[in-house]
Ligand binder design. Structure first.
Ligand code: GDP
Length: 366
């Protein structure tokens, strides 16, 4: 039988296993352009279906890039940098040059300097062992910075192929669609070819007669909060517009709840202000630390939302992590939820968040 590839995601079409990648009902095969059920639902109902790709499959695929002579474009979500950076990328992609692209600039408060952000991205990438040839900031959905990026890609690729890589949810499809519509042929520009030796497909978008831009499947990072909430909550926690920072003057032994998705206990330190950068749609609730355990046990999913009922079924138990914040301004980052700017001084905090969701400290971005 002829191999069919899904036009949407590049997976090989199969009609046997509805839970696996590339599933389409037999009736769908008669259509002129075949897309898998997952892409179909995404396109028509904006609904995301889980597929049981093993994480290793993705990494295995990316590893094939190391055998090519190409340019790699790694897209990250600047709202969730740690959650969206692919660790050990250089090992996966070999000696090929990497352009790091920070997406979703539209949600950053205007007070954030671009220059500082670019430097910060470069530094963080270096610390993660990724050497970058260039850094760009874009908003794929607002179509900002796409022209400059496209020119940079052309400049750096020197006639070679381009692989666009990223974790799920960073805006890769949005960017690729933007690049395609910019480069004329619109939808017709996509052809689907099968990348040799892979079990999953890369989507091939021809750049010229001899080279292509490849869209790769999104790498799943288990510490992204996105994997533990319902589709409805995912829309709530993902900022859609410029974040309006919310400032709280706290005394020690006070707690902030971020919906019912995480909480911060300010255990020790001088009275000072904490600035929260989260989706505007996550309500923040302030209470006494004394009261916080009781609220955690009784009010999550009730007074403290999101999570909704579906998220509650998926969400791992909370885990408490203690941080003693070093000198200088720092952010506590809860991967996928946002960050809190912590005042300078000797501050001790406990962060309670679903197990697996990464919580980290960084030098303040703002
Ligand atoms: P993919 O999983 O990497 O292919 O990501 P998608 O392109 O499907 O985008 C994931 C989510 O991020 C969607 O809700 C998009 O609407 C949103 N998104 C993509 N680009 C941007 C952007 O530039 N700004 C904002 N605010 N959201 C974006």
């Amino acid at each position: 039988m002829e191999r069919l590839i899904c036009m949407g995601c590049g997976a090989e079409i199969q009609t046997e296993n509805p839970a696996a990648a590339g599933y389409a009902p037999k009736s769908a095969l008669e259509r002129e352009t075949v897309i898998c059920k997952r892409c179909f639902r995404l396109k028509h109902y904006n609904e995301v279906q889980e597929v049981d790709y093993e994480d290793d499959d993705f990494l295995e695929m990316l590893h094939q890039i190391s055998d090519t002579d190409s340019l790699v474009v790694q897209l990250v979500d600047i709202f969730d940098f740690n959650g969206s950076l692919i660790p050990g990328l250089n090992r996966l992609t070999g000696n090929n040059p990497v352009i790091l692209v920070g997406n979703k600039t539209d949600i950053l408060p205007k007070s954030v300097s671009r220059n500082k952000m670019e430097k910060w991205l470069r530094r963080e990438a270096n610390q993660a062992g990724i050497e970058v040839a260039d850094v760009y900031l874009i908003s794929a959905s607002k179509n900002e910075g796409i022209d400059a990026l496209a020119e940079a890609i052309d400049h750096h690729r020197q006639g070679k192929d381009v692989f666009v890589v990223g974790t799920t949810n960073v805006g890769k499809s949005t960017l690729i669609n933007g690049l395609i519509s910019r480069s004329a042929g619109v939808d017709d520009a996509i052809t689907t070819s099968y990348f040799p030796g892979t079990t999953l497909g890369f989507i091939d978008i021809p750049l010229d007669d001899t080279s292509s831009l490849y869209d790769t499947p999104g790498v799943i990072q288990r510490h992204q909060l996105a994997h533990y909430v319902s589709d409805k909550d995912l829309k709530l926690i993902t900022p859609q517009k410029e974040i309006k920072p919310k400032t709280y003057q706290l005394n020690e032994e006070q707690t902030l709840f971020f919906g019912g998705l995480a909480r911060m206990d300010f255990e020790k330190g001088d009275h000072s202000s904490f600035v929260c950068y989260l989706s505007n749609r996550i309500p923040i609730h302030r209470t006494k630390m004394d009261n916080a355990d009781h609220l955690t046990e009784t009010k999550i999913g009730d007074m403290l939302v999101p999570p909704d009922e579906d998220s509650l079924k998926k969400m791992p138990e909370w885990e408490r992590q203690t941080f003693r914040i070093p000198e200088g301004k720092h952010d506590v980052v809860i991967s996928g939820l946002g960050w809190i700017m912590i005042p300078e001084g000797d501050v001790t905090l406990h962060i309670h968040a679903p197990k697996k969701v990464k919580v980290s400290i960084r030098e303040s971005l703002i």
